[in-house]
Ligand binder design. Structure first.
Ligand code: UTP
Length: 268
């Protein structure tokens, strides 16, 4: 039943879609105003916030309300959604069945895109499909929509993708996970661990290198993501993603709980 003509028909449909998307893109580029990049925030939202055993629809609805309010004030957002528990469970299962690292990464990417699809359904004003190319974010933002990504590249993480998008758009990067900032050591193991309110790119990188070399402690931002924010001096905030009031304060630049990563003088 599915002979070659079926696939030809499929390819033709895709070509048409692409060419009509290209027309729309060039029209958009001519007509939209440019956006002040200091108002653009790339949010890397941990999968564990979006979904554990099932998607957290209450959170997603609240996130949508918060973003709508901030958009009305002139801020713009790009969302990058993590894979969380689904990624971990499915990758572990595939590993036990013999999947290699690349194949496990593919499952991680699919999981993050699945979470991203749920976010798209809940966040008003999202672009309606999960994006796969970083460059698409600009035109979609200019068109007034919220670009939503999951993972993109095997061997990477969604934090790395988020850092690259922030670099491309010269935006601010916000890492939103279950941890409320960058600590000197794992706060669950060490009650005396210090929360940094400010940290330099260099210090963050050396801390993350240390953490990722020993199993156990939660690595808040992986080393490749740290390298990207360091090389382009991307303004970066690390906050607890569950607390949307605190997130709002961080966007407004008023008092918030979390860590600012920047070009600070810092002793080791
Ligand atoms: P995440 O970025 O979601 O990792 O990707 P995470 O650190 O578990 O984030 P949380 O828990 O959501 O906060 C999950 C896995 O998917 C693969 C990697 O294997 C990663 O560990 N992945 C993700 C990629 O290979 N490439 C990507 O671009 C993204």
């Amino acid at each position: 039943m599915f002979d070659e003509s079926f696939f030809e028909m499929y390819n033709q449909d895709n070509d048409e879609e692409e060419s009509s998307a290209a027309t729309t893109t060039s029209q958009i580029e001519r007509t939209v105003e440019s956006i002040d990049s200091s108002k653009i925030f790339v949010l890397s939202i941990g999968g564990s916030i979006i979904a554990n055993d099932k998607p957290n629809s209450t959170y997603i609805a609240k996130l949508s309300e918060t973003l709508t309010k901030l958009e009305q004030e002139g801020y713009r957002f790009v969302l990058v959604i993590g894979g969380g528990a689904i990624a971990r469970n499915y990758m572990a299962s595939a590993k036990s069945l013999g999947a290699n690292n690349f194949e496990q990464d593919q499952i991680g990417i699919f999981s993050s895109r699945l979470n991203a699809m749920v976010v798209i359904r809940g966040v008003v004003n999202s672009y309606p499909s999960v994006l796969k190319k970083i460059e698409e974010s600009k035109t979609i933002l200019q068109n007034g929509k919220i670009p939503v990504f999951g993972g993109i590249l095997p061997g990477a993480t969604t934090d790395f993708v988020g850092a690259l998008i922030a670099e491309y758009l010269q935006a601010t990067f916000i890492n939103m996970s279950n941890v409320d900032g960058v600590y000197s050591s794992d706060p669950t193991d060490n009650p005396r661990a210090k929360l940094f309110t400010e940290i330099s790119y260099e210090k963050l990188l050396s801390l993350m290198k240390l953490h990722s070399s020993s199993p156990g402690p939660h690595v808040i931002m992986d080393v490749p993501a740290c390298l990207v924010i360091k090389r382009s001096k991307i303004p970066t905030l690390v906050i607890d993603g569950n607390d949307l009031e605190n997130f709002e304060n961080a966007v407004h630049g008023t008092d918030f709980k979390g860590t600012i990563v920047g070009s600070f003088e810092q002793e080791d």
